[in-house]
Write a protein that binds this ligand. Structure first.
Ligand SMILES: [Zn+2]
Length: 298
């Protein structure tokens, strides 16, 4: 007791401070002293795109249904998307209903882009070059008249392009956007439903994850845009749209890919900037295409 009193730390402030320091150095850090490890990867943000519309259907119009869901849904109301339009499609864009839906897409804050400006879903590579060039000019004129500014984005029908068609796009001021994920909901072979929605999206996002982990994808405004393709002329897609939105969030979570605070784009200019960062500029590169298209166009 006497010895303890003689060497009480209270009497020696310098020794006391050294003792505290030694304790701090020896003890493992407490939970409150640690911070969560900072993720080196930007969160992903789903950039929704729709091809082949608008629908000209009088009854249960699929484009109209999709616009309603984007606007009002429990996951994120007010989602904005890119519509790769067919402004002169005989049964769609060329009809009064189709024209009204193009105006609604504009008024709802979505981004209108170019897909075709002929009566059908023509493959740009298979068109007569002069007809193809004219169709680009027609489509640009149609969309400029609708929105007041020239479109900046094009998506080739059937994902089919080569150096010649890509050079034509560029001459007309268009940048080509392909896709990361596809719902595979095109009506190419007369099939418009999917029994493997989740597995399909999971497989495609798993493939993209490699690039994301390698920080090989562009980051725009703090997020990595992930391009997703649907077809707004597909009635199954229209009926299933809300499920698709939830599935995208689910597969991202399953793959441990955090999404941005707002997982889907919600303003037209942010959408356009993100899309432009993902465009393909070189005809030599062979980006991964959905389904069998890489094999088909090899
Ligand atoms: Zn198409």
């Amino acid at each position: 007791m006497a010895l303890a009193r003689m060497f009480s730390l209270r009497d020696y402030p310098a020794i006391r401070h050294l003792a505290y320091l030694a304790v701090l150095l020896v003890l493992p850090p407490t939970a409150s002293a640690t911070t969560a490890p900072e993720t080196p990867h930007a969160p992903i943000r789903f950039l929704l795109t729709f091809d082949d519309g608008p629908s000209g259907s009088i009854y249960l119009n699929s484009t109209e249904q999709i616009l309603d869901v984007l606007d009002h849904n429990p996951i994120q109301p007010g989602i904005k998307a890119i519509f790769f339009t067919q402004t002169r499609a005989r049964t769609g864009g060329a009809t009064d209903i189709g024209q009204a839906l193009l105006r609604r897409e504009r008024d709802d804050g979505h981004l209108l882009a170019f897909h075709t400006a002929t009566a059908h879903h023509d493959n740009h590579r298979r068109m007569e070059p002069a007809v193809f060039e004219q169709s680009l000019q027609d489509g640009i004129a149609d969309l400029t008249a609708l929105t007041g500014s020239a479109p900046q984005l094009v998506r080739p029908p059937f994902w089919n392009y080569d150096e010649r068609t890509l050079a034509s796009y560029h001459r007309q001021g268009l940048q080509m956007l392909l896709t990361d994920l596809s719902a595979n909901d095109g009506k190419i072979w007369g099939v418009n439903f999917s029994l493997t929605k989740r597995r399909n999206l999971l497989r495609q996002l798993t493939a993209l994850r490699e690039q994301w982990l390698a920080n090989a994808l562009p980051v725009v405004a703090g997020s990595t845009p992930v391009v997703v393709t649907f077809h707004d002329v597909n009635t199954y897609t229209a009926r299933t749209m809300e499920i698709y939105l939830q599935l995208l969030l689910d597969v991202a979570q399953e793959l441990d890919m955090p999404t941005a605070g707002k997982a889907f784009y919600d303003d037209r200019s942010g959408l356009e900037q993100a899309a432009l960062a993902r465009t393909v500029h070189n005809g030599d590169v062979s980006p991964r295409l959905p389904g069998l298209w890489n094999w088909l166009w090899k």
